[in-house]
Design a protein around this ligand. Structure first.
Ligand code: SF4
Length: 352
């Protein structure tokens, strides 16, 4: 079966020139990212702010131009498609943004907001479009009478439900949720997550769930991909990535998350004590050579500063970009240091 979404070595670069006569600088906001999402699958994408998560989403939806690589939807190239073909592909994936206040046009009624997405994609118009909009409002727990209202008449949680209803209008196969619950308070967030899980079950939707709250991403995802400075550094089944992270950066993310319960808190404290990750990420315009995490990694070796680690399959469906994932570095470092790092990576994380 074709994946519903397939990213192959997708790279997005930004270029700047600080002054006339000065050399141009290139930022690899997304750097050779490979990612597949199967029909009905939910994949979480996590990482610190500036890691490139949202640029991946914007590249998929055409909001950021792709410098190189390929993006396929059900086997069809999004980057090569044009006109009607592109519109047909685009309606198969939709996006829900973080801010429910700015993502809806305050001057448009909810009915117009929802039916507009059908018009844009050349689908139903008139009464059929209104009927579909009413159905989508019911699907997200609102009322058909809300079609006549305006965004200011709704709370943040209700606006996010409207944004989800808008995304559902074209009957997509995949929804990209870019920090879609981050701006909501805790109880509203739980309700919207329940709604998303129900919609996924009922409509066999696939999700790319972008977030920074690891507990939320784990709850919503079958697999998790971890991004650091534009690259995916670890991918694997969600529970495995959270319980037993194989990349030092993933472990450092977990160590920084407040844990619920004394056992989790103890483990987090132990990870923090043993990891000693330097707080400041490097300047993305001037990244370190070799492994991008080398300036912060407590296990950094000589080879890490010289060679970019390749993506290595470490288990079924699990990939890590770290020299510790192979035996290539063994012998270049002291045996004790190597074993200490490997022992650390086998250690269960605080969430297990
Ligand atoms: Fe740390 Fe080296 Fe692995 Fe990078 S490749 S995460 S620096 S051990």
């Amino acid at each position: 079966m074709n994946p519903i979404l397939n990213l192959e070595r997708v790279t997005v670069e930004f270029v700047r020139q600080r002054a006339v006569g000065r050399p141009r600088q290139v930022l690899h906001a997304v750097n050779e990212v490979d990612l597949e999402i199967a029909p009905g699958e939910a994949v979480g994408l996590v990482g610190e702010s500036g890691s490139g998560k949202s640029t991946v989403a914007r590249a998929i939806t055409g909001l950021n131009p792709v410098t190189s690589g390929a993006i396929g939807v059900d086997g069809n190239s999004v980057l090569r498609a044009k006109g009607k073909d592109l519109r047909m592909l685009r309606r198969r994936f939709q996006m829900v943004f973080q801010d429910p206040y700015s993502s809806l046009d305050p001057s448009m009624s909810i009915g117009s907001t929802l039916t507009e997405s059908l018009t844009v994609h050349g689908l139903e118009r008139g009464p059929a479009a209104v009927e579909r909009a009413a159905d989508m409002l019911l699907a997200v727990g609102l009322r058909s009478a809300d079609l006549a209202k305006y965004p200011h008449e709704f709370s943040g949680g209700q606006r996010q439900r409207i944004a989800i209803a808008r995304a559902l209008m074209t009957d997509p196969d995949l929804i990209i949720l870019d920090e879609a619950v981050s701006a909501l308070d805790v109880s509203t967030r739980a309700q919207v997550l329940d709604l998303l899980q129900g919609l996924r079950r009922d409509r066999r939707l696939a999700y790319l769930f972008i977030g920074h709250d690891l507990a939320v991403v784990q709850r919503m995802s079958d697999r998790i991909a971890v991004m650091y400075l534009g690259r995916i550094v670890e991918v694997g089944p969600a529970d495995d990535v959270i319980r037993n992270p194989q990349h030092p950066y993933t472990a450092s993310l977990l160590a920084s998350v407040p844990q619920v319960g004394s056992r989790g808190a103890e483990r987090a404290a132990e990870l923090r004590r043993r990891l000693h990750v330097r707080a400041d990420p490097p300047d993305p315009w001037n990244p370190p050579s070799g492994c991008a995490f080398a300036t912060r990694c407590p296990f950094v070796m000589e080879m890490c500063r010289a060679e970019t680690p390749p993506a290595v399959e470490i288990a079924s469906e699990a990939v890590s970009r770290c020299h510790l994932a192979t035996d290539a570095g063994r012998g270049t470092e002291s045996e004790a240091r190597w074993d200490r790092a490997r022992e650390f990576l086998a250690m269960p994380s605080p969430a297990s």
